[in-house]
Ligand binder design. Structure first.
Ligand code: MN3
Length: 203
């Protein structure tokens, strides 16, 4: 796969680095099997579309495009997720910079934001995500839930931070205790990265 296809991005840390919050085994499977699966899935569908166009045959466009957006969504969301985590020794704490100001202004306090974001993550139905987004029309941060990989994020929204709450993200470490995984997440958030994403938007 070269140009014109999706590529699995490199993890910005080693498999062991997120322990004890995310185990080596959990991270490795999540990245190498699940994320890679979405990359492969999206590329396979693009190839199928190319072939159908070349042979001038019809595909079931509805199901093909649904599968394509599912796989691309999975790839994009995981690509945002890995860098917004940091090794246990560096991650967590509280944000600084413009992100800190933005959170305080919108939510009143970091503690209040953390509570709302955790509630969004824990209560996301079935397989999904919670996302801290930023609306460029109102210049306000908004917490959103994402069902499966269907980002209900409109073009003027940008994702600053996501948490994957599909069972495949935590089951080896936490079994069905999603809330424990969400608690652990706060210890490995890479606030510098999240802050940089916001700074880029505000430039
Ligand atoms: Mn995942």
């Amino acid at each position: 796969m070269g140009k014109g296809f999706y590529i699995l991005p490199r993890l910005p840390y080693d498999y062991k680095d997120l322990e004890p919050h995310i185990s080596e085994e959990q991270l490795k499977i999540h990245y190498e099997k699940h994320h890679q699966g979405y990359v492969n899935g999206a590329n396979a569908i693009i190839e199928k579309l190319e072939k159908a166009r070349k042979d001038d045959v019809d595909l079931d466009i509805k199901s093909t495009l649904k599968a394509l957006s599912f796989n691309i969504g999975g790839h994009i969301l995981h690509s945002l997720f890995w860098p917004n985590l940091a090794p246990s020794v560096k991650g967590g704490g509280e944000p600084g910079g413009v992100l800190s100001d933005t959170i305080e202004k919108e939510f009143g306090s970091f503690a209040r934001f953390k509570r709302e974001f955790s509630q969004a993550a824990v209560s996301a139905e079935g397989s999904g995500w919670a996302a801290l987004t930023f609306c460029r029309q109102t210049n306000r941060p908004i917490i959103m839930q994402i069902e499966k990989h269907n980002t209900n994020v409109y073009p003027m929204f940008r994702i600053l931070m996501v948490i994957d709450v599909w069972e495949h993200a935590y089951y080896l470490d936490y079994k069905n205790a999603r809330a424990k995984f969400v608690d652990a997440f706060w210890n490995i958030v890479n606030w510098d990265k999240v802050n940089k994403r916001l700074e880029e938007l505000l430039k």
